[in-house]
Design a binder for this molecule. Structure first.
Ligand code: SAM
Length: 236
């Protein structure tokens, strides 16, 4: 969760009020993680904390590294990485309103090294490369069923030089989850990763990202409890 306590911050009350207003207008449908201002919850957030990669992120030493947060929403994980010593964090999201809130949050928090922009990273290349990539709660049913996985893989491959955390649900049922027939899945080039009616997302990512080493970062005792697992990728 994001916590903002203005007592300790050198910022104008007007900016904090504007931030509260913005977040309230966005509402819990569009703000993905809980936000607290002055101890009060402004947004409930709909991402399950249990599904977050907090435990997995311990694998990464963020000190002096640059970070890209793909589909950052209001910047939860960009701010998290900044708090862990990242030199600079850049978050991109296709939703201009969440980016406005994320920018204002960075200003209120006095974090000049955390920046955000409106970019559809599936259709546009990022302006530069980063040491670490965060792709949290981005790949889901629609990404797979609408054939967007190749663009996701391309974006991470192009923009990230060293390490990445990617959260995934490991497998999807063709009919119940993806609502796709075997033929439609074959058209998406996903057939090699389907067994007994299940699409194996992790096997697909491994095959399509041969330049990366994959580790399961979610602790083994948490695997059965969690819906989304965290993969820790390092460049080979
Ligand atoms: C499920 S939320 C996850 C947010 C954040 N990563 C987190 O875990 O707190 C997915 C976010 O990705 C953004 N998004 C969806 N498609 C995108 C695209 N093509 N380019 C950039 N952002 C996108 C959405 O607007 C949304 O804010």
């Amino acid at each position: 969760m994001l916590e903002i306590n203005t007592e300790k911050l050198d910022c104008k009350k007007d900016d904090v009020s504007r931030l509260k207003r913005l977040l309230t207008e966005l509402g819990s449908e569009r703000v993905w993680r809980p936000v607290f201002i002055e101890g009060k919850q402004v947004c409930r957030g709909q991402g399950f904390d249990e599904d977050g990669p907090q435990h997995a992120l311990k694998h990464i030493d963020f000190n002096n590294k640059t970070v890209i947060d793909f589909g950052c929403n209001v910047g939860h994980y960009a701010f998290w990485a900044a708090g862990k010593g990242a030199q600079a964090c850049f978050g991109v999201d296709v939703d201009a309103d969440v980016i406005e809130a994320a920018r204002l949050m960075a200003y209120v928090l006095g974090m000049q090294h955390v920046d955000f922009d409106v970019i559809n990273f599936l259709e546009n290349p990022l302006p530069t490369q980063y040491d670490v990539g965060l792709l949290v709660d981005f790949i889901g049913k629609a990404t797979i069923a609408k054939g967007r996985l190749p663009a996701v893989v391309r974006a991470v491959d192009q923009a990230v030089t060293k390490e990445a955390i990617v959260t995934v649900r490991p497998r999807y049922h063709l009919q119940d989850d993806l609502a796709r027939s075997e033929e439609e899945i074959a058209d998406l080039q996903l057939a090699p990763f389907v067994h007994d009616g299940w699409f194996d997302l992790v096997a697909c990512l491994k095959a399509w990202m041969p330049g990366w080493h994959f580790d399961m970062a979610t602790q083994s005792d948490r695997l059965n409890r969690k819906f989304k697992y965290s993969l820790y990728l390092t460049r080979i």
